[in-house]
Design a protein. Structure first.
Length: 267
C-alpha cells in the first residue's frame, strides 16, 4: 500500500485509537456530553468530566468505568473564570498533556416573548452557553499552545443556530455566537496545529428536552414528522463524532459546523 494512505501515529495505532489521549468534556455528566465522553473512553482516552453536581459527576464516572480508557470527575462551574483556568491547568499538569477539549456545558432555552425578554433573562443563558464556553476554549487553547503538541477544540452549538428560534433568543444567540468563536479559533490556532470545530445537535433525548419539549404532545406531533429517521437523537449518537474530532483522522478538518440531527434540518 502507498505509505501516504496508511494511518499515521505510533506503531499499531489506527486513526481512531485514542490511547494516551487526554480530553476534557464540560457538562460531561449527562446528555450529549456523556455521549461524547463515552465515545472517547471507549477509544482509549483519559477523560476529565466537568460538572457542577458532584453526585452526577460520580455517577457518570461509574457508568464509564468499564471502558478501555478511564474517566474522572472535576467539579467546576464554567461561569467561574478563575475556576476554569485553574481546573484546565490542573488537568494538563496532572496528566502531562491536554489533547482535546469539548466545550459542551450549557442550559436549555428559557422561553419568553421578545418584548418580555429582559437582559437578565437573556444573560442567564448566554453567560453559561457562550461566556462559559468561550473561557473553556480559551483556557484549553492556552494549555495546548504551551505544550506545543497541537490539539482539538470542539464546541457544542445547536441547529437552533441555523433557524429562526422565536422565544429562544438567548439560547439561539449563544449557539450562533459559538460558531463565530470556533471559526476564529480555527484560523488563529492552525499555526499551533490546533483545530476547532462545532457540533450542532438536533432534537436529542436529554434532561433538557425529555421533561419539556418531548413531554408536549403538540410539539411531538409537529416535529416528529419532520425527522427523516423517525426518532429523537440519543446521547450515544454523539460518541463517534467525538472520537473522530479528537483523533488524528481529523487533522485536516477545522472551522466546520457539523450537523447531527437525523436529517431534521434538510427536510
Amino acid at each position: 500500500m502507498d505509505p501516504s494512505l496508511v494511518p499515521t501515529g505510533p506503531p499499531g495505532m489506527a486513526w481512531f485509537d485514542l490511547t494516551g489521549h487526554v480530553a476534557v468534556v464540560t457538562g460531561g455528566n449527562s446528555g450529549i456530553g456523556l455521549g461524547f465522553a463515552a465515545g472517547l473512553v471507549a477509544a482509549g482516552a483519559t477523560v476529565s468530566i466537568w460538572g457542577t453536581n458532584p453526585e452526577r459527576n460520580a455517577t457518570a464516572v461509574e457508568r464509564l468505568a468499564g471502558g478501555p480508557g478511564r474517566a474522572y470527575a472535576v467539579t467546576c462551574d464554567v461561569t467561574d473564570e478563575d475556576a476554569v483556568a485553574s481546573a484546565m491547568a490542573r488537568v494538563a499538569n496532572d496528566r502531562g498533556r491536554l489533547d482535546s477539549c469539548f466545550a459542551n456545558a450549557g442550559i436549555g432555552a428559557i422561553t419568553h416573548n421578545l418584548v418580555d425578554t429582559t437582559l437578565e433573562r437573556f444573560h442567564q443563558i448566554t453567560r453559561i452557553n457562550l461566556d462559559g464556553a468561550f473561557v473553556t476554549i480559551r483556557e484549553a487553547a492556552r494549555q495546548m499552545i504551551a505544550a506545543g503538541n497541537g490539539g482539538s477544540l470542539v464546541a457544542t452549538a445547536s441547529v437552533a443556530a441555523k433557524f429562526g428560534a422565536p422565544r429562544n433568543y438567548g439560547y439561539a444567540a449563544s449557539k450562533e455566537a459559538l460558531l463565530a468563536v470556533v471559526k476564529g479559533c480555527a484560523v488563529e490556532l492552525a499555526r499551533y496545529r490546533i483545530r476547532a470545530n462545532a457540533v450542532l445537535p438536533g432534537w436529542t433525548e436529554t434532561g433538557m428536552t425529555v421533561d419539556s419539549a418531548f413531554a408536549d404532545e403538540r410539539f411531538v406531533a409537529n416535529v416528529m414528522p419532520r425527522m427523516p429517521v423517525r426518532r429523537w437523537g440519543i446521547p450515544s449518537d454523539f460518541g463517534a463524532i467525538a472520537v473522530y474530532l479528537a483523533s488524528s483522522a481529523s487533522t485536516f478538518h477545522t472551522g466546520d459546523a457539523i450537523v447531527i440531527d437525523g436529517g431534521y434540518s434538510v427536510f
